[in-house]
Design a binder for this molecule. Sequence first.
Ligand SMILES: Nc1ncnc2c1ncn2[C@@H]1O[C@H](COP(=O)(O)OP(=O)(O)O)[C@@H](O)[C@H]1O
Ligand SMILES: O=C(O)C1=C[C@@H](OP(=O)(O)O)[C@@H](O)[C@H](O)C1
Ligand SMILES: [Mg+2]
Length: 182
Amino acid sequence: MNPAPNLFLIGPMGAGKTTIGRRLAEQLQLPFHDLDHVIEEQTGAAIPLIFELEGEAGFRRRECAALADCTALDGIVLATGGGAVLDPHNRELLAARGFIVYLETAVDIQLSRLARDRKRPLLAAPDRRERLEQMAALRNPLYRSIADLTVISDNEHAAHVASELIQRLQQQWRREPAPAAA
Ligand SMILES: Nc1ncnc2c1ncn2[C@@H]1O[C@H](COP(=O)(O)OP(=O)(O)O)[C@@H](O)[C@H]1O
Ligand SMILES: O=C(O)C1=C[C@@H](OP(=O)(O)O)[C@@H](O)[C@H](O)C1
Ligand SMILES: [Mg+2]
């Protein structure tokens, strides 16, 4: 629960980390970074191509490097990718360097939001529900283990989730000092 100079969004694919993170950064007037976007810029390739050429292991190595770079910054909002919490060192860096918000989302909601998605290689499975449920079983305890704040991200309006999140953060910061921008 340490107030820290960064806000990190964690949670599964389709939770709205990228969408809500961008809104949150705008409203808090902080720079926004999306970990997947940073990986794509550093690699010069889109996420599906990285998976195709280097496999998930190669993507994870790049994700660790990008996360180390992003968590070295101060005063940012960072939307992580859903699997960033799998690596124990990533979890340590996130916990040490920022305030962690877990966007909790039901598999049904993920399925409907991502129904037409073709940019998330891990969803290229014959049974998407089964894949998401397997990932949730492994990852949800990890999200919970490092979250400073958990917000249910099931509402169909991203703006609604973002404003609830800001209210919850303000309540939190009334109890503890607000994170200072760099
Ligand atoms: N609260 C929400 N309600 C409805 N759709 C949402 C909401 N948050 C995100 N979305 C949509 O779901 C999809 C995935 O959102 P995204 O922000 O990319 O999630 P993540 O980064 O967690 O994978 C996008 O099409 C986005 O517009
Ligand atoms: O859950 C995962 O392992 C992944 C989530 C994706 O990001 P989002 O959570 O932003 O969709 C992206 O990092 C990659 O496709 C792998
Ligand atoms: Mg995202």
